[in-house]
Design a protein around this ligand. Structure first.
Ligand SMILES: *Cc1c(COP(=O)(O)O)cnc(C)c1O
Length: 365
């Protein structure tokens, strides 16, 4: 039985990667912000239209460093409909997540429910562009401004997404991207913070390198979160092929749409106005369908097809947070409803359309 995984990492040609890393055998400079790192940051500034791009060893540590760099203390309003990383980053940096419910059309933080959660302890808002679908960026910017809150986006899913020509990197005070192997764009492991602030860039630069500013100057308690030269080289190669990769994903996405839209009990998310998507995921919500989400998940699994309950469970129901005040999925009923019904189907550039048909046939059988 041929197995279809939920995702499959894009790779450049072997020769192209070898060519890209050849210099490293001469320079012997393998990490610590070398030539590949610098070239990768420059290429990303250009592609993401971001004045500053600070690379990290992964997206999670980029997010932790960002919370640290802004000096955030107190409550951060965020969404439970996300990957573990978002909530863990807040807690690990000593802040308290306050969970806001989501909008069912976008699966992102509902700005209409945010204001009621703001207290004198609130310091920031941390929404997530789920499945590459953009948050209500204008409304969130207005609320952040009105209450003088820092606005940080978890843009791990939204690489390459644009709204009316504006890059997802440009919303908020800063945006975090993940370049993990499973993402639309990757550098094996990797991540970045995009911001317009040179000061924030400089602070992040020190924080990812033990807080060191100069050979005899260590003004910050930093960690180690540097992206190495091999990962930067993989990122440079993959970035060259990204438009083609997104184009291939679009074909897969459209085939799923063709097969699954209009089926009673199967809910798909509507396209967003003015948004140029990256086709990162294909989420399907089984809502009153003749099989439950869990049944479909099992049926696909029996046929060697790996779909993912993503995001399930909600982060506010994780075992590690059991008993903590404020961690209650019942307080975010829309998120709980969506999490109980969602399945993301296999989605990657090289997924054959015949395989998409096979997956849809099983779901519709
Ligand atoms: C992947 C992901 C992260 C973490 O990124 P890593 O690079 O794997 O550390 C954070 N948030 C979301 C929403 C993600 O999907």
């Amino acid at each position: 039985m041929s197995v279809i995984n939920v995702t499959r990492s894009s790779m450049p040609d072997f020769e192209e990667f070898c060519e890209e890393i050849r210099d490293l055998w001469d320079s012997r400079w393998l990490t610590n912000m070398g030539a590949k790192h610098q070239a990768f940051e420059a290429a990303l500034r250009d592609y993401l239209q971001s004045p500053q791009v600070a690379l990290f060893t992964n997206g999670h540590l980029a997010l932790e460093a960002l919370i640290d760099a802004f000096g955030l203390k107190g409550e951060i309003i965020t969404t439970p409909f996300t990957f573990a990383s978002t909530t863990h980053a807040i807690v690990r940096r000593g802040c308290t997540p306050v969970f806001c419910d989501i909008d069912p059309e976008s699966c992102t933080l509902d700005p209409g429910k945010l204001e009621a959660l703001i207290t004198e302890r609130t310091c920031a808002i941390l929404p997530v562009h789920v499945y590459g679908r953009l948050c209500a960026v204008e409304e969130l910017a207005a609320l952040a401004e009105k209450y003088r809150l820092t606005l940080i986006y978890d843009a791990a899913h939204a690489f390459g997404v644009r709204k009316n020509g504006v890059s997802s990197a440009c919303f908020g005070d800063a945006a975090m991207f993940s370049f993990h192997a499973t993402k639309v764009f990757h550098s094996i492991e990797g991540g970045a913070v995009c911001t317009a602030s040179q000061e924030l860039y400089d602070r992040l630069y020190a924080l990812k390198n033990f807080g060191i500013e100069g050979p005899e100057d260590v003004p910050f308690v930093g960690g180690n979160a540097k992206l190495n030269e091999f990962c930067a080289a993989m990122g440079l190669c993959n970035l060259r092929h990204l438009p083609e990769e997104i184009g291939k994903r679009k074909r897969v996405f459209e085939r799923y749409l063709e097969r699954l839209s209009g089926v009673p009990g199967i809910r798909l998310l509507p396209p967003q106005k003015g948004v140029e998507p990256n086709y990162a995921y294909f989420p399907v919500f089984f809502d009153g369908y003749r099989y439950t989400r869990d049944r479909i998940h099992a049926m696909l699994g029996e046929k060697g097809i790996v779909a993912r309950k993503y995001f399930y469970p909600l982060t506010n129901s994780f075992a590690c947070y059991a008993g903590r005040p404020g961690f209650d999925p019942a307080a975010t009923p829309v998120a709980a409803y969506m999490a109980g019904r969602v399945l993301t189907l296999p989605m990657y550039a090289d997924l054959a359309l015949e395989d998409v048909d096979r997956i849809c046939d099983i779901i519709l059988s």
